[in-house]
Write a protein that binds this ligand. Structure first.
Ligand SMILES: CCCCCCCC/C=C\CCCCCC(=O)SCCNC(=O)CCNC(=O)[C@H](O)C(C)(C)COP(=O)(O)OP(=O)(O)OC[C@H]1O[C@@H](n2cnc3c(N)ncnc32)[C@H](O)[C@@H]1OP(=O)(O)O
Ligand SMILES: Cc1cc2nc3c(=O)[nH]c(=O)nc-3n(C[C@H](O)[C@H](O)[C@H](O)COP(=O)(O)OP(=O)(O)OC[C@H]3O[C@@H](n4cnc5c(N)ncnc54)[C@H](O)[C@@H]3O)c2cc1C
Length: 664
């Protein structure tokens, strides 16, 4: 059976050039080649084996992660990998570790908020991993409300130091990844106090552990916060707690790009906005949007391959049963997720561009696009992580009973992914930030300042409030202008409706709180519009390869029309479409599913995932699912012996007792 491709017939149906689609998915030929090389490097190295992860107890699991992370660092140095290659290698190791926070938050925080001198001092140490850092912001009592953090940093002019202190139990830092057992340093967020006066939240570089023996420094209490959701999963990470008892650090360890504290204890604001203290979160939210397409595509790849292998019902005259992927219900659950994975890939690519653009502007003291960048990163992080977490769970259900097995890879993928809906900003809290941005935009319409970028459609508000959908037959829904106008009109009308209701409140904050559920819906509509429009923009690019663009057009249609179908209440209630037009959209959607069907396997092959990275028997490339499931069952430690441990102690006496009862 070895070497047989059970999905070969499926692959023969493909109507497009898969190799070219791999380049589109990766973003460029260069990125594809780097990814492909790094994925194979990891897959072929036994040290990076991960199929035993869910069986390990916490201490073994954690030590195993330390071993892998250290080995990865050794390989990165031996092979002299570039930053891009190293980051890909780490992502293919596919195990949350302290290094994620060191490279993903500690280094960016110093880069974004440190002065040139601070960067010169700290970054070389961090780059060589001579220090290991974490991002210590959240506390036991406050996460979302950053202004509510309680840790204090009081300047002592006598010694030219800050005194970092945890005044209450709720001020204990709680959650930072890498903090519990590994980090030697942290960027710690605390309230700045100068001469008895508070000056808001700022970041400070604080050494936590000795570089000699790793013991916590005097005044520091640090530990892991305990087991988290699921087996394996995020338990490889040492999320930590941290308390300070009047810990002293030199004045130059406050990150001073946004504000400086002078030798005599005065605060000097530079001309950059104070929101830049939140800059690391903007950066990470943008990377989380890119990661969403990866997590969702992994789940979809597993569910699609398995749906083509799995057969149930429909056999006549002893012929084969129906592949479950041929059921329209399966398609209507699976193909929108496949389309969403592609949609998120392209919006992630665009968001990376937006972030680079805003960073360059900030360097030139142009802060004009910061509010939009904040709204886009917050909103898209919220939208894509919510859909991805739900999509992974739906993929599990699409795999029936076998999806519940750890060897399907889906339970662990869900457990490791779902906190993305919470970390880096709770998804509801972030959507409310988008809503604030929208309400501000609506209130400024007509002020002579035309809205730009993702909000430019608001500049056509009068037209969007009045227009009516022109669709007459199902095929009209393939017209990008028809779809875009529908999403623009829906988003604009929902925002205006909220703004009108808000204006009736004498206290705007009270109104905002009262209407917050409606405001979140308006924000979701705006974010979905961004994803749809970026998909259409992608299609305007030159996309080579036989049939590749055509497939992407089909997926774009599936993505937008499934949203239109799912949220038809919004489109109908805002009176842009009629019930008949909603029904035509659904007819067109069904037709598009038929076009996806023959290409479904090739569309997930284009993700180019190795079997190692997918970590799923149900999703393996060759589709040889059943023998692999059978063999995996025998590898479970419970099957090491025929008679289980505990038989003598529990099962035997129980059976004997039943026997006695039966004899009576
Ligand atoms: C297999 C492995 C796969 C694993 C996946 C890999 C990915 C791994 C990556 C990372 C691992 C996980 C890391 C997680 C790390 C963390 O969670 S760190 C902690 C993150 N914490 C948060 O995100 C807290 C959320 N809260 C906030 O961001 C803010 O406090 C708030 C946005 C809720 C604002 O609260 P509020 O009090 O209303 O605001 P103010 O502070 O007063 O500011 C108001 C004005 O500032 C503007 N603004 C807010 N945020 C930003 C920003 N980030 N950038 C720019 N501007 C911002 C806001 O719009 C207001 O502006 P106006 O005054 O003009 O209206
Ligand atoms: C796995 C994981 C890793 C993490 N890593 C880090 C890290 O490295 N560093 C770090 O500093 N932090 C980290 N965090 C913490 C994380 O950033 C916070 O948990 C997150 O920001 C949410 O804050 P919270 O826990 O205070 O939630 P809360 O704000 O208490 O949320 C509870 C509920 O209240 C709702 N809610 C809150 N405020 C509002 C509002 N204004 N309006 C309406 N509803 C509201 C929320 O929607 C939610 O339903 C991590 C968390 C997790 C789970």
């Amino acid at each position: 059976m070895e070497g047989v491709d059970y999905l070969a017939d499926e692959r023969k149906k493909t109507e497009f050039d898969v190799e070219e689609m791999k380049i589109v998915w990766a973003g460029s030929r260069h990125t594809f080649e780097v990814s492909d090389r790094m994925a194979k490097l990891v897959a072929n190295d036994p040290v990076f084996r991960k199929d035993d992860r869910v069986m390990l107890a916490r201490k073994d699991l954690f030590k195993n992660t330390l071993r892998k992370a250290t080995y990865a660092w050794k390989r990165i140095n031996e092979l002299r990998l570039s930053e891009e290659e190293a980051s890909k290698l780490r992502s293919f190791v596919d195990e949350p570790a302290f290094t994620d926070l060191h490279w993903g938050m500690f280094v960016p925080a110093i880069k974004g908020q440190g002065t040139d001198e601070q960067q010169k001092k700290w970054l070389p140490l961090a780059y060589k991993m001579q220090i290991i850092g974490c991002y210590a912001q959240t506390e036991l009592g406050h996460g979302s409300n950053v202004q509510g953090l309680e840790t204090t940093a009081t300047f002592d002019p006598q010694t030219d130091e800050f005194v970092i202190h945890s005044p209450t139990l709720t001020s204990s830092k709680w959650w930072p990844g890498g903090l519990g057992k590994v980090s030697t340093h942290g960027v710690v967020y605390a309230r700045l106090i100068l001469d008895g006066q508070e000056h808001g939240i700022h970041g400070f570089i604080v050494q936590l552990r000795s570089l000699e023996d790793h013991r916590p420094l005097p005044g520091i209490t640090v530990a892991d916060i305990g087991m988290k959701f699921g087996s394996g999963a995020y338990n490889t990470m040492d999320n930590g707690l941290l308390r300070f008892d009047h810990v002293r650090i030199p004045r130059d360890q406050m990150l001073m790009r946004v504000s400086q504290v002078t030798r005599d204890g005065k605060i000097v604001q530079s001309d950059v906005p104070r929101q830049l203290v939140y800059g690391t979160m903007v950066y990470v939210r943008q990377t989380i949007v890119q990661d969403a397409s990866i997590a969702l595509s992994r789940a979809v790849c597993i569910a699609t391959r398995y749906s083509a292998v799995r057969r149930q019902f429909g056999s006549s005259n002893g012929g084969p049963e129906t592949q479950v992927i041929d059921y329209k219900t399966q398609q209507s659950r699976l193909f929108p997720l496949l389309a969403s994975a592609y949609a998120f890939r392209f919006v992630g690519e665009w968001l990376k561009w937006l972030y680079t653009d805003v960073t360059q502007r900030l360097q030139a003291n142009d802060f004009s696009t910061l509010p939009e960048a904040h709204a886009c990163t917050a909103g898209l992080k919220s939208l894509t992580t919510s859909v991805t977490a739900d999509g992974i769970e739906e993929s599990r259900k699409l795999c029936g009973g076998h999806g519940y097995l750890a060897s399907s890879g889906l339970p662990e993928l869900f457990a490791v992914y779902v906190p993305a809906c919470t970390y880096e900003g709770d998804n509801t809290v972030l959507m409310l930030q988008v809503a604030r941005f929208l309400m501000k935009t609506v209130s400024q319409l007509g002020s002579g300042k035309p809205p730009v970028g993702t909000i430019s459609y608001m500049g056509r508000i009068e037209q969007l409030m009045q227009c009516r959908c022109a669709v007459k037959k199902a095929g009209d829904w393939l017209n990008p202008n028809a779809v875009l106008e529908a999403f623009e009109a829906r988003a604009a009308r929902m925002s205006v409706s909220c703004a009108q209701k808000l204006s009736k409140f004498s206290n705007p904050e009270e109104g905002f709180a009262e209407l917050s559920a409606d405001l979140v819906e308006a924000a979701v509509a705006h974010c979905q519009l961004i994803v749809v429009s970026k998909f259409f923009e992608k299609l305007q690019q030159d996309i080579p390869g036989k049939g590749v663009k055509r497939q992407l057009e089909v997926l774009c249609g599936v993505y937008s029309l499934h949203l239109l179908h799912k949220h038809q209440g919004d489109f109908l209630a805002t009176s842009y479409i009629t019930p008949k037009q909603a029904s035509l959209a659904n007819d067109q959607l069904r037709e598009l599913y038929s076009q996806v069907r023959p290409n479904a396997i090739a569309l997930v092959d284009a993700f180019n995932y190795t079997d190692h990275y997918l970590g799923s028997i149900l999703g393996c490339y060759d589709g040889n699912v059943y023998p692999k499931l059978y063999e995996a069952a025998w590898r479970d430690p419970l099957n090491d012996s025929v008679i289980p441990d505990g038989y003598e102690q529990y099962i035997r006496p129980l059976l004997k007792q039943q026997l006695r009862v039966a004899k009576l």
